[in-house]
Write a protein that binds this ligand. Structure first.
Ligand SMILES: [Zn+2]
Length: 427
């Protein structure tokens, strides 16, 4: 009915209706809804950000759903602009082609963005089609010679694609299935579209990495699912599918690449699924213990950062920040930081410069701010990239500035310890 926020009452994977709260974060506005100067006085509602675990299948998920029209209004991520992502997608193309039994495959990518992965297949002479709901991205991909259907992927779309092009031997989906509320419809579509000897390879952020590396700030409204292998197996079985491999990959701070075929299909299991299940059991997934431990670590990190900032401010130092990724909205709200604590955020992406962070309205500026008007301290909010950021801004440190790395454990990096820090295995 057009409501911006709604609440699910059933599990996205198994349909169960019993849940435990795994982790309660502070409510936030959508993490990618950066605010323009002329919008600073506009109403900006926050929505609950609580992580639930299904009591039946143990799938970790958000039940508070924000309308995708609102979530993706400011969505500007384009795969082809990141060299690391382009390389990753080329590698994925090779990995998937090597596994596929059909050596003249037809490839369909779900959520194909600007068609970067499609291009990798096309370059190898493989027929490929994207399905991408963002009309501007789909149009740009078509113009670039990367055939793309501007549509949401679901059972109806899958049937239409199959009627027009025949069955797909490879179906890919990268970092889209964690964003989709109606996963049952998507997998009904995969089942309908996939050839008898076909495979589906999809990548999502891995719950084990979220917990092991403390990536709590990747929890925001765009990511409605936090996937692990255990709950996926019965879900796929109900869709007439089966998992035959599950690889851990480093993308997005730690992801998993699932390989799926028709139930009883031709691909042999390689033991990776059992390895993942063993890791998940050892971590205690299926219980609330790993989430409680993570919550404790996050609370300690929050207290350490707040104490540090209070101390340096009491000594008269100015404090800035580095990086304005989407996850900063979760971190700043949960740590209760404001523009009073962090004067500005220096950001590499020119599309974000001149905007303000959602809810907290910290101004985003270019990285020349570190040399033009250097603050005494800079908090690295893109903390999982802290080492490369600090290495690139050694000059700031040599001129007397200090970096604070807030997570996974607080570090204060200055001229006396930068070499030791950069040589360490910390972030
Ligand atoms: Zn469930």
């Amino acid at each position: 009915m057009g409501a911006v926020h709604s609440k699910r009452t059933t599990c996205r994977l198994c349909g169960g209706d019993g849940f435990d709260v795994a982790f309660r974060l502070q409510p936030t506005p959508p993490a990618n809804a950066y605010v323009g100067r002329d919008e600073l006085n506009a109403a900006e509602p926050g929505y609950p950000l609580d992580l639930y675990v299904c009591r039946s299948c143990h799938h970790a998920q958000l039940l508070d759903i924000v309308d995708p029209e609102v979530l993706f209004r400011h969505y500007a991520y384009v795969s082809g602009t990141s060299p690391v992502m382009v390389k990753h997608l080329q590698d994925m193309c090779e990995t998937v082609r090597a596994r596929c039994l059909n050596k003249a495959p037809f490839v369909v990518e779900i959520g194909s963005n600007d068609g970067t992965l499609l291009q990798a297949f096309i370059d190898k002479g493989v027929k490929a089609l994207g399905v991408e709901p963002a009309e501007n991205l789909a149009a740009a991909a078509n113009t670039a010679g990367r055939p793309t259907r501007a549509d949401f992927f679901n059972a109806d779309t899958a049937k239409a694609v199959r009627a027009e092009h025949g069955p797909a031997h490879i179906i890919c989906a990268n970092n889209v299935l964690a964003h989709i509320d109606a996963l049952g419809d998507v997998f009904a579509g995969i089942k309908a579209l996939m050839a008898a000897d076909g495979l589906c390879a999809f990548e999502v952020s891995y719950l084990v990495d979220v917990i092991e590396h403390g990536l709590f700030d990747t929890i925001y409204h765009e990511h409605v699912s936090y996937h692990s292998v255990g709950p996926m197996i019965p879900f796929l079985a109900r869709a007439g599918l089966e998992l035959f491999a599950a690889e851990r990959i480093p993308t997005q701070g730690g992801s998993i690449r699932f390989f799926v075929q028709h139930k009883g299909g031709p691909y042999k299991a390689d033991g990776s699924v059992e390895q993942r299940l063993a890791t998940e059991a050892a971590l205690g997934l299926g219980t609330l213990a790993p989430f409680e431990a993570l919550a404790g670590r996050i609370a300690a990190s929050s207290a350490a950062l707040r104490t540090k900032l209070a101390t340096v401010k009491a000594n008269g130092a100015r404090v800035g920040g580095y990086g304005a990724p989407a996850k900063i909205t979760t971190l700043m709200h949960h740590f209760e930081l404001s523009a009073d604590d962090v004067e500005f955020l220096a950001e590499d992406n020119p599309l974000k410069v001149g905007l303000y962070t959602p809810g907290k309205h910290v101004p985003i500026v270019g990285t020349t701010s570190l040399t033009d008007s250097p603050p005494g301290y800079v908090v690295v909010f893109a903390w999982n990239f802290a080492r490369s950021i600090i290495a690139r801004h050694r000059k700031f440190v040599e001129n007397g500035g200090r970096f604070i790395v807030p997570l996974p454990a607080l570090l204060d990096v200055g001229a006396e310890n930068i070499d030791q820090y950069l040589a360490s295995t910390a972030n």
